[in-house]
Design a protein around this ligand. Sequence first.
Ligand code: XMP
Length: 506
Amino acid sequence: FVLVLDFGGQYNQLIARRVRECGVYCEVRPHDLPLDEIRALHPAGIIFTGGPSSVYAEGAPLCDPGVFTLGVPVLGICYGIHLLVQTLGGRVAAAGGREYGRTATDLDTASPLFHGLASTITTWMSHGDYVEQLPEGFHVIAKSRNCPVAAIENTHLRFYGVQFHPEVLHTEKGQEIIRNFLFEVCGCVGDWTMGDYAKTTVAELKEKIGHGRVLLALSGGVDSAVAAALLSRAVGRQLTCIFVDHGLMRKNEGDEVDQAFQGRDIQFVRVDAAERFLEKLQGVSDPERKRKIIGEEFIRVFEDEANKIGAVDFLAQGTIYPDVIESGLGDAATIKSHHNVGGLPEHVRFKEIVEPLRLLFKDEVRALGLELGLPDYMVWRQPFPGPGLAIRIIGEIKKEKLDVLRDADAVFRDEIAHAGLMRDINQYFAVLTDMRSVGVMGDGRTYDYTLALRGVTTSDFMTADWARIPYEVLDTISNRIINEVKGINRVVYDITSKPPATIEWE
Ligand code: XMP
């Protein structure tokens, strides 16, 4: 077990994630965690995160100095190295300017921290303060052009500090540095797995929920599905999952959700609300209005069902760590009003929210889902917007249009799978435009809709590039759609990146 003490940096959970990737269990706790509690956790190592403060400023976050007397190895990152230095009698000062970005850094590879690394690597720097004077017993093990003290060590005490951020991917071999700290310095063995995570979390959920009742909105997406699987293992039939089928899902998707959960020992309610949604959406073509209507109607349907069940103790949500960060960006302009199925209802009575995936990243959630026995198609499902196909039909939504889009989208997905490209393209789907054009089929004139295909590669969905799908694959997709899906006589491929376009068309 490794303890990560949080000093408010933006990459804190990323550090935790890197540690877990090395097969070592870890938790992020507040910087002022009392010494008794730290001792009781028996950490094999302690990592101090970065943070926005200057360690010499008044009110800067500190930790109990007793941490340095436990005989436990410490790695201080960025603000963490400053804290280490200042507490142990060295000096930290403001640098002339900020050092920011990729930086060539020379390493002393004799240090266990840099075992097996090249003598110069690129690191990611982001700091305005620097270590001016080392505490006694320490020496420098890395430097860059602007930063004479880029890393330090005291092998006797097993204390280490790095000015750069090994946890971000911009730091070359950053993961190796963390691994070296864990394995070479702390003596961890790295045998922790997602199976262990499932076990621990299930035990914690059992303890927290007791005999209480839990309500969860299943959307069909990966996150809520994994949350449901986890909770079902923890509390079985105390869990009620409500799956609101708004009729805006892809082909067969509703039934697939059903299948994945039918066998489980939970209370599963599927609400067929397709007509209700269609009615509300009648005559509406403005994208924002569509989104608002669907978001509100979703909550209403969910509340209606929840009220049939009565008061519950917990409302569960499949919030994952990137959602937590994104909702923190309060000032970001609203490009689209995102709605996550499962947004908070106002009239459902519950005491507390449980978010068992709050600390995990998407790929960790997937690994956990597989661990919990969810089917591949569910775990590897690509992201799907809460408002569903409604924002992939330009203009007014009609039942017939939904069916056309569902069929075309199914062909697209089928051919991408056939070409083995499923994991290479991060999101791909069809959009039904409201443009009709003239075509010829057999001997007759047609006047039908144009279908757009969209495929993107991205790691965070904030920016994206259009996917280079091979021409032959596009050719097969186009032919099949025109031949198999009535109502479409033209297929186009969207070659716009994000920005300036967004991934969805509405
Ligand atoms: P955009 O279109 O904004 O999409 O580039 C970025 C990612 O977000 C998904 N998306 C949504 N997801 N509720 C969601 O849960 C929404 O309202 C929503 N709108 C877009 C989109 O599919 C893409 O993955």
